[in-house]
Design a protein around this ligand. Structure first.
Ligand SMILES: *Cc1c(COP(=O)(O)O)cnc(C)c1O
Ligand code: SF4
Length: 374
């Protein structure tokens, strides 16, 4: 019996199972008291729950796993499929949007369900992994498309699969084309670092070239346990990247982001992307304004080495794909919408969501940084 599988079974899935010190706020209580068919399930590992300060309702770890009633409020421009992924599926669970790489949703199960998840129409819904036939179809598609150079396993969280199943999936693509680069997107090193065992590291090492992309969002997620997991992976020769999501009330402050990125660099993980949140249903309370995001990143750019600095990017709503965000882009505003261009100069709209008055960018949050200009 593997310890990590035991921990998956022991996850907290009902409000009553939270440690007694967690007093639910009215907004949290109201979520659990509301009917909510089809919404992202609630589940958190005991390890990740233990990183939160239970008495603080504004705790940045707590906000990532404990749902609030705002999740049930859908704004008119929020989308069930915010990235427009549905039309890009040449095989079940397979998304081919960019010419040279495909993304496969190997499972909809995760260690902990992130309340800001943009794939919430999929994640947690059935807690079912890819079947044999679906895998064969995906591998056959990759074999038939020589332009595909990279296969990304995503989900859900691929590391919720047991070693042998994960190895079989990766192996199916390794034999489909030998030179293929494999990549795994996972949050397990953050929410259940015990998942990263020496056996897993050995298995993945045998399937190189293989890159691993983690999702740390806050410096307090960088613990002794997650550090040990990252060390195991690094010693196995796997290149490590991280993508973070810029989340209001979690990490939308220059000092927090710089501590996160420096911490990752120290742990041997290159900060790859910082994503502005997608327009997923019921996630407005997590979205900072684009203006604030750009201001934060501008200040970080003056402070951080290139190794520690991620690309600030947005997946354009409705299938425009990823674009790097910068100052010059947010100038065009029309009727409450930012007009953003993709690489092919097509225009996409993203709503102007202003920050609440009581939540300004704290001046001097980053040592040595000039105060925010308005
Ligand atoms: C983000 C994403 C990728 C990977 O993009 P990179 O920029 O290479 O990280 C691939 N396919 C889809 C559908 C994606 O959304
Ligand atoms: S681990 Fe990824 S897919 Fe799962 S809930 Fe979090 S963001 Fe969504």
């Amino acid at each position: 019996m593997n310890d990590w599988q035991d921990e998956m079974r022991r996850r907290i899935t009902r409000a009553e199972e939270l440690p007694p010190a967690f007093t639910l706020s009215a907004a949290e209580r109201a979520f659990f008291d509301s009917p909510r068919p089809g919404t992202l399930k609630f589940a958190v590992t005991r390890y990740y729950c233990g990183l939160a300060r239970p008495e603080d309702p504004r705790d940045p770890i707590r906000r990532q796993f404990l749902p609030r009633v705002e999740e049930l409020e859908v704004r008119p421009y929020e989308l069930a499929d915010p990235l427009g992924e549905i039309p890009y599926g040449p095989a079940p669970r397979l998304i081919h949007r960019y010419r040279d790489r495909v993304l496969l949703l190997v499972t909809d199960r995760c260690g902990t369900y992130c309340r800001f998840c943009f794939r919430r129409r999929f994640a947690s819904q059935r807690e079912r992994a890819i079947g044999e036939e679906e895998l064969e179809q995906a591998a056959a598609y990759v074999r038939s498309r020589p332009e595909v150079e990279e296969v990304i396993l995503s989900g859900g969280d691929p590391l919720t699969l047991e070693d042998r199943r994960l190895e079989a999936i990766l192996h199916a693509f390794r034999v489909a084309r030998r030179g293929l680069v494999l990549r795994i997107h996972t949050r397990m090193p953050v929410v259940l670092p015990q998942r990263v065992t020496p056996e897993l590291a050995r298995t993945l090492a045998g399937l190189r070239p293989l890159w691993l992309v983690t999702q740390f969002n806050h410096p307090r997620e960088l613990t002794a346990e997650s550090g040990a997991a990252l060390d195991l992976l690094a010693h196995a020769g796997l290149p490590l990247l991280n993508q973070s999501v810029l989340l209001k009330g979690v990490n939308d402050e220059a000092g927090t982001l710089s501590a996160l990125f420096r911490g990752l660099q120290r742990a041997g993980v290159k900060p790859y992307y910082l994503f502005h949140p997608d327009l997923a249903r019921g996630t407005a309370h997590f979205r900072p304004s684009l203006r604030r995001g750009i201001e934060l990143v501008r200040r970080l750019g003056q402070e951080l080495s290139g190794v520690a600095r991620p690309v600030y990017a947005l997946d354009l709503p409705g299938g425009g794909g990823k674009v790097a965000l910068h100052e010059g882009q947010i100038g065009r505003v029309e009727d409450g919408w930012h007009l953003l261009e993709d690489e092919r100069r097509r225009t996409f709209r993203y709503p102007v969501e202003e920050e609440a008055e009581d939540d300004p960018l704290p001046a001097g949050a980053l040592p040595g940084a000039p105060p925010a200009s308005s």
